[in-house]
Design a protein around this ligand. Structure first.
Ligand code: ZN
Length: 222
């Protein structure tokens, strides 16, 4: 069962809420999927039931085609944010973590082709493995921090949060114009290039700055 925790394993006294995500926020990832550059951030959500502890084996859905990894900087929200400015957004960050935005790419491609919503591809149970959190002060410059994912010892994704087209606090403020963010909600900030398929038994190493987190994909599909 997922709950918000500090890096040392202690509980964070915030409820587990929704996850608001941005698609197409790193130009190199937009280009690899041949998507158009959006004029405004592309937003979607995952429910609280999508969250799973990143440190535990990751369960991929069976029989639904390719499941892609997208490594992302995750932001834990500590205050209610409704139609706020960037200064208020900055003050509401309770922590930073690393998430995988798991994506059933074949399902998503099929939905996109039909002009249908993406939830079946993005919001399924366990679709958001999420790390523990570090305090905002523990990241020297959240908007200029390397972010990477290695699979079985090979670097797949290697970016820097400086590559975001809409930066962290601008994104939070923008989201809050449409969706009130509540304490314990999480914002995912998009993925750099290099997304690819995960397989049962893969060993993963995620990194944010000098913080590295090892995990693996469960052998058996669920
Ligand atoms: Zn994503």
């Amino acid at each position: 069962m997922y709950r918000h925790r500090n890096r040392d394993g202690s509980d964070i006294a915030l409820p587990v809420g929704k996850v608001v995500c941005v698609g197409r926020n790193y130009l190199d990832h937009i280009q690899e999927l041949r998507n158009a550059v959006p004029e405004t951030p592309v937003l979607f959500m995952k429910p609280a039931t999508a969250l799973a502890p990143l440190e535990e084996p990751i369960h991929l859905p069976a029989g639904q085609g390719r499941c892609h990894h997208e490594v992302e900087l995750a932001v834990l929200i500590g205050q209610t944010l409704k139609q706020v400015d960037t200064a208020t957004a900055r003050g509401a960050v309770a922590g930073y973590g690393v998430a995988l935005d798991l994506t059933l790419r074949d399902v998503q491609d099929g939905l996109k082709a039909k002009g249908l919503p993406w939830e079946r591809a993005k919001a399924f149970d366990g679709s958001c493995p999420l790390s523990r959190f570090i305090a905002p002060t523990q990241l020297a410059d959240p908007q200029h921090t390397p972010l990477a994912l290695a699979v079985n010892g090979t670097i797949r994704q290697q970016g820097d949060t400086a590559q975001m087209m809409t930066g962290i606090v601008d994104l939070i403020a923008h989201i809050s114009q449409s969706f009130t963010l509540s304490p314990g909600d999480v914002v995912l900030t998009g993925t750099p290039a290099g997304v690819g398929e995960l397989q049962g038994g893969d060993d993963l190493l995620l990194s944010l700055g000098d913080w590295t987190i090892a995990t693996r994909v469960a052998d058996k599909l669920s």
